[in-house]
Design a protein around this ligand. Structure first.
Ligand SMILES: O=C(O)C(=O)C[C@]1(C(=O)O)C=C[C@@H](O)C=C1
Length: 298
C-alpha cells in the first residue's frame, strides 16, 4: 500500500474514532498515554489512577478501551496487569510495542551534580538501574512516571529529579538533563488493548491468542498442557505464571501463542489443554504486532 493511501486510511479511522475514549494509568504524559496516541490516533486518552480503575472504566462504559502495560523487554512482567486480567471479564483486542526512552528531568537550572534523589514508576527505575546506580542516587517509587514529573513541578525540592518521557518534560515545563538513560537502547514495553467485547480479527492478518488456565495437580501437568501445542505445530510466544489470589501455592498460567480460534490445529491444542486444566479462559484473539517498526495504528 502506498504511503499516501495508508495516510488516507489512517485519517478515516481517526475520524471514525473521534470522541471515543481510551483509559490509561497515570498522569498525562505517561508512556501509556504515548501508546494510546500512537496506536489509537483519534481516540481521546483519559488518565486513571490505578490499573484497576482502567478495568472499571471499561466495564462501566466510561471508556471504550483500556491500554494496559503487561511486560517490558528489560524489567519483565507488570504483574498487577496480569492479576487483573484474571479477575475481570474483559477481552484483549490488540497489542502494541512501545519503544520506551527515559529522560532525566528537573527544574530549570538544577545541576546534575547536586541531584540526590530520583522519582519515578518502579518499572522505569528498574529500566534505568545502571544509570541511577552510577550516580549513587536514592530512588523513590511513585505510581507513574508522568505523575513524578507533575509532582516535581508542583513542589521545587532541592536535589530532586524525575525520570519520565520527553513528552512529560514538555507538558510539565521541566528541563531535560539527560535522554536515553535506560540500560538497554531497545527498551520496549508491550501493551494490551482491552475492551468489553472480543473481536474476530480480519482474515489474512497474523493473530495471537492469549489465555489463562490452572493446571490439574498431576505429575508433569504443565508438560502435558503444552504438548498439544507442540504436536499441532503452534508457536508459543509467552508463558507467565502468577499466584492465584486467596489460594496459596496455586498458579494461573498465562499463555500467548500465534493462531486464530477457527484453525483446526488451535482447536485440537485447546481440546487437549482443557483435559489437563481447569478454569481455562480465552482472554482474546487479536492481530499480532511483531516488532515496533512493523506496527500500524488500529
Ligand atoms: O508510568 C508510566 O508512564 C506508565 O505508562 C507505566 C509503565 C509501566 O507500568 O510499565 C509503562 C511503561 C514503562 O515501562 C514504564 C512504566
Amino acid at each position: 500500500m502506498s504511503p499516501a493511501r495508508r495516510q488516507i486510511l489512517r485519517d478515516r479511522i481517526a475520524m471514525s474514532h473521534a470522541n471515543r475514549v481510551v483509559a490509561f494509568q497515570g498522569a498525562h504524559g505517561a508512556y501509556s498515554e504515548q501508546a494510546c496516541r500512537e496506536k489509537l490516533p483519534g481516540y481521546q486518552s483519559r488518565p486513571y489512577k490505578t490499573f484497576e480503575d482502567i478495568f472499571i472504566a471499561v466495564e462501566q462504559g466510561d471508556a471504550e478501551l483500556g491500554m494496559l502495560p503487561v511486560e517490558n523487554s528489560m524489567a519483565g512482567v507488570v504483574s498487577d496487569s496480569y492479576d487483573l486480567l484474571a479477575v475481570h471479564n474483559l477481552h484483549i483486542i490488540g497489542e502494541y510495542y512501545l519503544p520506551v526512552r527515559h529522560c532525566l528531568m528537573a527544574h530549570q537550572g538544577v545541576n546534575v551534580e547536586r541531584i540526590h534523589t530520583v522519582y519515578s514508576h518502579p518499572q522505569a527505575l528498574a529500566q534505568c538501574h545502571s544509570f541511577i546506580k552510577r550516580h549513587g542516587w536514592n530512588r523513590v517509587a511513585v505510581y507513574d512516571t508522568a505523575g513524578a514529573a507533575a509532582a516535581l513541578k508542583e513542589e521545587h525540592r532541592e536535589g530532586e529529579a524525575a525520570i519520565a518521557s520527553a513528552l512529560a518534560a514538555e507538558l510539565y515545563g521541566l528541563d531535560l538533563l539527560a535522554e536515553q538513560i535506560q540500560d538497554s537502547a531497545n527498551n520496549t514495553t508491550r501493551f494490551l488493548i482491552i475492551a468489553k467485547d472480543g473481536i474476530i480479527p480480519m482474515p489474512n492478518v497474523g493473530c495471537k491468542i492469549s489465555l489463562l488456565f490452572e493446571v490439574r495437580h498431576i505429575p508433569a501437568a504443565l508438560y502435558k498442557c503444552l504438548g498439544g501445542f507442540a504436536t499441532n505445530g503452534i508457536n508459543l510466544t509467552r508463558l507467565e505464571s502468577r499466584p492465584v489470589a486467596g489460594r496459596d501455592w496455586s498458579y494461573h498460567f498465562y499463555l500467548d501463542f500465534q493462531g486464530r480460534m477457527d484453525q483446526v490445529n488451535v482447536q485440537q491444542a485447546l481440546e487437549e489443554l482443557k483435559f489437563y486444566t481447569h478454569n481455562m479462559k480465552v482472554l482474546g484473539c487479536y492481530p499480532e504486532s511483531l516488532r515496533p517498526e512493523s506496527q500500524g495504528a488500529l
